[in-house]
Design a protein around this ligand. Structure first.
Ligand code: MOS
Length: 715
């Protein structure tokens, strides 16, 4: 591939070619240090104490005894902790989740709420003392059950309108030749990234330094500055290597409590969440209760579409998992209604988790489409192709590009879809019933304002500095390739430094927008720097540095429906005697913009698809109604797909450069999971003739499902 433009020397482009991670050697040799393992002189260790009751007030904490234990330096709690500012609009445009603003009052709004931090010389001493701290509570009754008909549910916007409506839904449904009206549920799911949350805070020459593991150094800096009433320039947040984030690594209790303790003790203090603490303090994906109603002509043309989704949130923070939003992009109908509702319960605050909204929403709508195809006697791909909208079903705006049909065509060809017998329950391999399923995927393609610093060094190399985050995606490597092409030099001459808030504001690694946003800023800086270099004044010893800011360029973008698309395929084998479901094959074909690094892109997309498999068959955090806490909140009790669950998974893409992006990028962080669970569930129907509308499709649900042709299995 060439990046040649008229009048320039053609060079071999780095973007689009496979590159292993630039920090790969450091990571596999252990030289790469993660936030919890960077040494500091005089480091003290904080251990969080979490509430054992689900709702009530703290009556007392028996701190005296704990303060006498070996190595203990302090016990912070609501009675002595520094006061925080929480009445502000944060980096992402909303108020902060008070769960992070620890120790501000005596209220306990959910099980696992942080009530104290014990600080000691060693982590072992801190843990010993934390586990010895007696806290008494005045308990109150709690409600932790997401009931689809909960009387306190209300429409909630989150980052988009809560409800959209056009046309007369009931009239169109009544006039439809074929109707689907089904309810779908998805359970509470957890990020469970490999590296737990960890932060070290210290004061250095009047400046607060926080070494952290997060998805945006300037995001965490902005929130900490606001909470502690500091000037942003007085706070530096660094986050060099991150072992996974998936939406969970923003501002949380560990950074805030570490800063409090470092301030009180005037020593560096580290706070690391345990795996179990992550289940209540790291956020999670809310369970959803969804209803989809579809009305169509006999030929499958949609006339009515309704998608309603309900999620739970905590008493202290409103988080919306917008399951109904995907229908606003994917399918049009004369009458079209979508609604996202929430209900406040005595549960921890949910948060963004890989494809928030789209992941559970696509399960419901794509499963419902499969049911409609069955009732119309149509191939599920043909049904979707017949319903391709001309413009945004709700917005009316044109699509910047929509290559869904091409994904289905290429996917069907490679998967061997044409040979499929549409009748369910007819293919066998010994004790296994076999089936195949498909589903569509989409995810918004956006970009956020970012700044980049680009330096032409005196030795002929280039340094990029940008407060990007590489949360395991390969972002650092992608940005190296992008900078190399923008500068028309080999990637070996480019050094990319990320994860430092001193580099200036930048988009977070979130919303599938990181790489695109940062690439935009780097491309703009490179154009500026090349111009300076052609002036030919020579490079001084300190180099020549330029700074870019994409705020104005992004504001100038016209309003369009901008999305990535994809087609998911799955083949499953179901043993109806044991209830076991095995996924034998998955294929995802995506139209997701220009692919910067095929190696890490494939990794991202396959990773998302494995999440979808895991969501379909394994993942489920179960809350005990009587205690209000989770059963088995750890990686023994919370089952995620492992290597043994993943047989043959392939992701590929079609050419789909974004017409309005300087590099052609759309973003690939989240689309891999979208539709993947539906493809698996649809394949289970094809294998068995039974619809599973409640995830995960556990063995007991397969076993207790009605026999083929018997309809719903909503156990
Ligand atoms: Mo992602 S859920 O936007 O980190």
């Amino acid at each position: 591939m060439s990046t040649a433009t008229p009048g320039r020397t053609p060079v071999q482009g780095a973007v689009g070619t496979a590159h292993t991670r630039v920090e790969g050697r450091e990571k596999v040799t252990g030289a790469a240090r993660y936030a919890g393992e960077i040494p500091f002189a005089g480091l003290a260790h904080g251990w969080l104490v979490l509430s054992t009751v689900t709702r009530g007030r703290i009556r007392s904490l028996d701190t005296d005894r704990v303060l006498g234990m070996p190595g203990v330096l302090a016990v912070l709690h609501h009675g002595n902790a520094p006061r925080l500012e929480t009445d502000y609009i944060g980096f992402l445009g909303g108020p902060p989740d008070p769960t992070a603003a620890v120790f501000q009052n005596d209220r306990v709004p959910h099980s696992g709420w942080p009530v104290a931090l014990v600080v000691a010389e060693t982590p072992e001493q801190a843990r010993e003392a934390a586990e010895s701290l007696t806290v008494s509570y005045d308990e109150e009754p709690h409600d932790v059950t997401l009931d689809p008909g909960h009387p306190d549910a209300y429409p909630a916007p989150g980052h988009m309108p809560a409800e959209t409506e056009k046309g007369d839904l009931e009239a169109r449904l009544a006039a439809s030749a074929v109707v689907v009206d089904e309810r779908y549920t998805t359970p509470e799911e957890h990020h469970s990234m490999m590296e737990p949350h960890a932060a070290t805070a210290l004061w250095d020459g009047g400046r607060l330094e926080v070494v952290d593991s997060n998805q945006g150094a300037t995001w965490v800096r902005a929130e900490l500055a606001k909470m502690f009433s500091l000037d942003e320039s007085a706070v530096r947040v660094r986050s060099e290597h991150v072992g996974g984030g998936f939406g969970s690594k923003g501002l949380r209790a560990h950074q805030v409590s570490a800063v409090m303790a470092a301030t009180v003790l005037q020593r560096p203090v580290r706070v690391v969440l345990t795996r179990r603490q992550m289940f209540t303090l790291g956020g999670y994906r809310s369970p959803t209760a969804q209803r989809v109603r579809l009305g169509a002509d006999a030929d499958g043309t949609l006339r009515a579409l309704e998608h309603r989704s309900l999620n739970q949130t905590s008493r202290v923070y409103e988080f919306v998992e917008p399951g109904a939003a995907v229908a606003r992009v994917m399918y049009d109908a004369d009458a079209h209604r979508t609604a996202n509702h929430v209900v406040r319960l005595d549960v921890p605050s949910p948060t963004f988790m890989r494809a928030p909204g789209e992941a559970p929403g696509s399960f419901a709508i794509e499963a419902a489409l499969d049911e409609l195809a069955e009732r119309c006697g149509l191939d599920p791909i043909e049904l979707r192709l017949r319903n391709e909208p001309e413009a945004g079903p709700v917005s009316g705006q044109p699509f910047s590009s929509r290559n869904l049909a091409a994904c289905f065509r290429e996917g069907a060809r490679r998967f061997g879809w044409a040979d499929r017998d549409p009748r369910p329950g007819t293919r066998r391999d010994g004790r296994w019933l076999l089936g195949t399923g498909t589903a569509a995927a989409s995810f918004p393609a956006g970009a956020g304002p970012s700044t980049a610093l680009l330096t032409a060094e005196a030795d002929g190399s280039f340094t990029v500095r940008i407060a990007a985050a590489d949360i395991g995606t390969g972002a650092r490597t992608a940005l190296t390739l992008i900078a190399a092409d923008a500068l028309e030099v080999a990637p070996e001459r480019v050094r990319v430094r990320i994860g430092d808030s001193d580099f200036g504001p930048a988009m977070i690694a979130g919303g599938s927008m990181g790489t695109r946003s940062w690439a935009w800023a780097i491309t703009a800086a490179a154009a500026d720097l090349r111009e300076r270099l052609t002036l030919g004044t020579g490079i001084p010893p300190e180099g020549i540095t330029v700074r870019s800011d994409t705020t104005a360029a992004l504001r100038a973008l016209t309003q369009k429906e901008r999305h990535s698309f994809g087609a998911q395929f799955a083949e499953v084998a179901v043993d109806t005697a044991t209830g076991e479901v095995r996924v034998r094959r998955m294929l995802g074909i995506f139209a997701a913009g220009r692919i910067v690094n095929p190696l890490t892109a494939r990794n991202q997309l396959v990773g998302g698809m494995i999440w979808g498999l895991s969501m379909a068959l394994h993942e489920e955090a179960v809350r005990d109604r009587s205690t209000g806490a989770l059963y088995g909140p750890d990686l023994a009790g919370y089952h995620v797909a492992t290597h043994a669950d993943v047989a043959d998974i392939e992701a590929d893409w079609i050419d789909d450069p974004d017409p309005d992006d300087p590099v052609g990028i759309k973003g690939i962080g989240e689309i891999g999971i979208v539709g993947a669970a539906a493809a698996v569930a649809n394949a289970v129907w094809h294998a068995t003739g039974v619809r599973h509308r409640a995830l995960p499709i556990r063995p007991d649900r397969v076993l207790t499902a009605p026999v083929a042709g018997g309809g719903a299995a909503d156990a």
